[in-house]
Design a protein around this ligand. Sequence first.
Ligand code: GLY
Length: 237
Amino acid sequence: MMSGPEVSFFALCDGQSLLPLIEVQDHKRAYDGDLGPNTGGMGCYSPVPFWNAKLREQVIETILQPTLEGLKSDGIEYRGVLYCGLMITEDGPKVVEYNARFGDPECQILMTLCASDIVPALLACAGSKDHSLADIELNWRDEAALLVVLAASGYPATPRRDDPIIGLESVSDALVFHAGTRSENGHIVTAGGRVLGVLGTGANFSEARARTYEAVSRIHFEGAHYRTDIGKLAMSE
Ligand code: GLY
């Protein structure tokens, strides 16, 4: 058994080289205090307080680079996202899992905090001859971002559907990502377990968090539930 805090770290890969992105903290349990059933993710934030440049270098040099070399030596030309689920143990960072995709809702944080055009990097991953990851540098906004998922009643086991969502138009200071929604006669209704992701940014966590939860308080649908403690730990560290 391993113990320690978990964090997700991401890198793009064009088969030859890696372009590390940034770290994001996800919250997988359905209810406050990391209780209840496991979900795809109920909220996340970045930057992560216990993360630092040394840890980042360590993860790149001892985990990501050897992974890429291992893929190459197995004859695999890996292109795309390496999503590395890490546990920061007393013996250093260890891999809990790899995913070959961006995370949801981590991706919403990554795209919001990325200050550069990410398209050339994605084209390089897709094999475009005009782009190479080795020549690309991505800049990141020096801000905090925090996202809270509004889930449907019954999520994750049996999410309720088809409820009208009200208040979306009253959100002006946060981004609202639609995940489990659809349009019915001009109205947005629920159509999945994780219905919306509400994301606020700010100069620090308390600003980002306040913006997010203020926007969340404006949105309503029958049975909506969300975690009220996303980023709470980050603020106390
Ligand atoms: N949020 C976790 C995942 O995308 O796997």
